[in-house]
Design a binder for this molecule. Structure first.
Ligand code: URA
Length: 191
């Protein structure tokens, strides 16, 4: 049975399926256009996201927002979510059992949004959504098709803040995303 958007959002908001619910301030379900053609998936909320209940609103978020603007879009036009919806304490990586508990929500979001492109920000998103042992360094900018959806690994914005030399590669990835969206638009598919 298909779950509705309201049901998924409610389930996420009340979730107590893993230990992260004990330490969260707010759940961060995701935000943006529920009919977006382009979706971004990060790792999990950080301190500011946990405080506000919104994804990518801290320093990484500022950078992600400017990259979205650089390809001619607004945050409100895309959908932004994370592998885990609650903050891992101290911003550690989510544990595998936490990610597995939370992934059905992300899968339900993708099934309802039906984006054309899902951009995977960093190793954690790439690992849980594409496969284990993926190297973002080697595989960023590649397209992977699954059930009619195009997935692209790219750098997590926090990696770009740590190592600004990677920004050039990240920009090449974002240009590919922009061009793919343009191609669909020009072909009359109305993205
Ligand atoms: N980092 C993430 O992976 N997700 C956020 O929402 C914020 C920072």
């Amino acid at each position: 049975m298909r779950t509705s958007w309201a049901e998924v959002t409610e389930q996420i908001s009340d979730c107590r399926k893993c230990r992260l619910c004990e330490t969260r301030t707010n759940v961060v379900p995701g935000e943006g256009n529920p009919a977006a053609k382009l979706m971004f998936v990060g790792e999990g909320p950080g301190q500011e996201e946990d405080r506000q209940g919104r994804p990518f609103v801290g320093r990484s978020g500022e950078l992600l927002t400017s990259m979205i603007h650089a390809i001619g879009l607004e945050r409100s036009e895309v959908y932004i979510a994370n592998v885990v919806k609650c903050r891992p304490p101290g911003n550690r990586n989510p544990e595998p059992d936490e990610a597995e508990a939370c992934l059905p929500y992300l899968r339900a979001q993708v099934a309802l949004i039906r984006p054309r492109i899902v951009v995977l920000l960093g190793k954690v998103a790439c690992t849980y959504i594409l496969r284990e042992n993926i190297s973002v360094m080697r595989e960023h900018g590649n397209w992977y098709e699954r059930k009619g959806v195009l997935f692209m690994p790219t750098f997590h914005p926090s990696a770009l803040l740590r190592d600004p030399a990677k920004k050039r590669d990240a920009w090449e990835d974002f240009k590919k995303i922009r061009d793919m969206l343009r191609q669909w638009k020009d072909s009359g598919e109305g993205v």
